[in-house]
Design a protein around this ligand. Structure first.
Ligand code: PGA
Length: 251
């Protein structure tokens, strides 16, 4: 049975005081006692603070990106080993905002994923189609190519089983437009099929305007193993309710 996972993607939001207050809410509301893995991904400068606020709470810290390089003259980059040193266990890779605003290609996503795996981080690799692509009936073509790049790179070594996949339709991110549970389930099932044998054990998260009001229905789908949460992860009560919604619907 795949365990449920809910990941907070703060994007470029937050502050030390925000980190302090939301972590104390999550601890006092006993989110770690739920049968759900919960991970907070703050911007790089707050990783260490979030890690120390969470102490031994059982909640994890992750980063929103990682360099494809190990070290050296790469101004502005942050290496996988640095993330591990700060206590991160997870890293989001290939988010659609990075693909769109920083021209990240499948090739770069694979290189970053390789670096994360070699440092012992769990990569959360993001895939998803734009609205134009969906309307042109190209969802499976686009998502299939993004997934196949990972399958080609990591199947032979068996490392494909160490990935988490996040399906995030670009048109649903931050727009308030959520994929219907059926739409999301259809793509999740398609992705699981592409993963081959590893598909049985790889967690596939849904992301895109997940809110307390739609989380339970989405997480109740057989191939949806939790969520990658943007806007709602910045409101502690909303994030807590989303984590609870993941708990009642085990796959
Ligand atoms: P959203 O963002 O929940 O605000 O739509 C999700 C994401 O981009 O990971």
């Amino acid at each position: 049975m795949r365990s449920k996972l809910v990941v907070a993607n703060w994007k470029m939001n937050g502050s030390t005081s925000f980190a302090s207050s939301i972590t104390s809410d999550l601890i006092s509301e006993k989110v770690a006692d739920l049968n759900v893995g919960a991970v907070l991904c703050p911007p790089f400068p707050y990783l260490q603070a979030v890690k120390s606020f969470l102490e031994e709470s059982g909640l994890d810290v992750g980063a929103q990106d990682v360099s494809s390089q190990a070290s050296g003259a790469y101004t502005g980059e942050v290496s996988a080993d640095m993330l591990v040193e700060l206590g991160a266990k997870w890293v989001i890779i290939g988010h659609s905002e990075r693909r769109a605003y920083h021209n990240e290609t499948d090739e770069l996503v694979v290189a970053k994923t390789r670096m994360a795996l070699s440092a012992g981080l769990t990569p959360i690799c993001c895939v998803g189609e734009t609205l134009d692509q969906r309307n042109a009936d190209k969802t499976e073509e686009v998502v299939g190519a993004q997934i196949n790049a990972l399958v080609e790179a990591f199947s032979a070594t068996g490392q494909i089983s160490d990935l988490v996949i996040a399906y995030e339709p670009v048109w649903a991110i931050g727009t308030g437009m959520t994929a219907t549970p059926d739409q999301a389930q259809g793509v999740h099932k398609f992705i699981r099929g592409l993963l081959g044998e590893a598909g049985a054990s790889v967690s596939i998260l849904y992301g895109g305007s997940v809110k307390p009001g739609n989380a339970a229905e989405l997480f109740g789908q057989p191939d949806i193993d939790g969520g990658l949460i943007g806007g709602a992860s910045l409101v502690s009560q909303d994030f807590i309710e989303i984590c609870r919604a993941a708990d009642v619907t085990e796959s």
